[in-house]
Ligand binder design. Structure first.
Ligand code: GDP
Ligand code: CA
Length: 335
């Protein structure tokens, strides 16, 4: 697609976020896109700094993703993890052999005193990624799940316990003293639009909004702020977003997502199967934009990215209003 000089700041978590981020990277020039990624999931395993969401986005933009999972590296093997297990190490967090190289290199560069932003720039450059992928913060922020079973570090809750404990809340340790990363702060000032990728609103977008100054900057942001709903047909396409929303008392629907993003979002992109929810969303003061939002193939990712960029262009060139796109059905898109 012809680039139109629109600078987009996209905010992403892992698997859902990476899909739209990949689409956006294919329809926007490197100068037109900054992808800001959640680091609340970061954890130390085997002495190595693992940034699961940054890795998922990096591998997606580098064309390396394991298509069966949406995370990790295609064709990766797990011999090192098996060997670590034989030595008594915990192996519930799956780290592939090639994936481990990312964590070894990241940890080495961090220990040499480089910031997570600098390290990420270095890793993405070596992976041939032309677009900016940046951590939300260079300071340590750690998501903690408050559950029926006590407080759990995010990966303990998410991976080890499979999100089975009921959550009563989440906390972002370290957020109070964190700052947005330099490229994030710069993008908040200079971008024309903000796009919330279809990521988990509670534990992927939530930590980003918890970094001091971010919510305020987005509230007063001058351009369109558009979110893509991760809830489709009353369910999360994968992962625990629906379960977590229900446990926290949200309605599990696109309107429930719109309510969570009230104040930071002007429009919510919802799937054609949820078109009937548009009036309820608009009653919350959020425009509802209807299109196909399920991204199975790379063509799906490009098509949704093109729609999102179209909504942004419509807003910027359309007298302050977003033109409602003609609903794009899955069938017509493939045709
Ligand atoms: P995580 O960090 O790996 O858990 O990933 P994210 O937070 O970025 O994404 C998880 C969310 O992505 C889930 O709530 C899914 O419903 C949503 N999701 C995954 N694939 C798609 C898709 O193709 N379309 C939409 N609209 N949402 C998706
Ligand atoms: Ca994540």
């Amino acid at each position: 697609m012809a680039a139109m000089g629109t600078n987009i700041l996209a905010i992403a978590g892992g698997v859902g976020g990476a899909k739209l981020a990949l689409g956006l990277s294919r329809v926007l020039a490197p100068s037109e896109l900054t992808v800001v990624v959640n680091t609340g999931d970061d954890e130390t395993f085997h002495g190595l700094h693992v940034s699961p969401d940054l890795d998922t986005v990096m591998y997606a933009l580098a064309g390396m993703t394991n298509p069966d999972t949406g995370w990790g590296i295609r064709g990766d093997t797990f011999r090192t993890l098996e060997a670590l297990g034989r030595l008594g190490a915990e192996t519930w967090f799956r780290l592939g052999d090639a994936d481990l190289a990312t964590h070894v290199r990241r940890t080495e560069l961090l220990r040499a005193g480089r910031s997570l932003s600098e390290v990420t720039r270095e890793l993405t450059a070596h992976l041939g990624i032309a677009h900016a992928v940046v951590p939300m913060s260079d300071e340590r922020v750690r998501t903690v799940a408050l559950t029926d079973d006590g407080e759990l570090a995010f990966q303990e809750y998410f991976v080890r316990r499979g999100c089975e404990p009921r959550i009563t809340g989440v906390r972002f340790d370290g957020a109070e003293t964190a700052r947005p990363s330099p490229a994030f702060a710069e993008a908040l000032e200079s971008s024309d639009a903000i796009v919330f990728c279809p990521s988990n609103p509670i534990v992927s977008i939530g930590p980003v909004l918890a970094v001091p100054g971010v919510r305020e900057a987005i509230e007063r942001f001058g351009g369109p702020r558009i979110a893509v709903s991760p809830i489709v047909g009353g369910k999360a396409l994968r992962g625990p977003a629906a379960k977590m929303m229900a446990e926290l008392g949200d309605e599990v629907s696109c309107a429930g997502v719109a309510r969570r993003y009230a104040g930071v979002c002007d429009a919510l992109v919802i799937d054609t199967v949820d078109a009937a929810e548009a009036p309820a969303i608009e009653a919350l003061g959020v425009r509802a934009l209807v299109t196909s939002t399920v991204m199975e193939t790379d063509d799906d990712k490009d098509a949704l990215a093109r729609d999102v960029v179209g909504f942004v262009e419509g807003w910027r060139h359309g007298r302050g209003a977003i033109h409602r796109a003609l609903p794009r059905t899955r069938a017509s898109r493939r045709g």
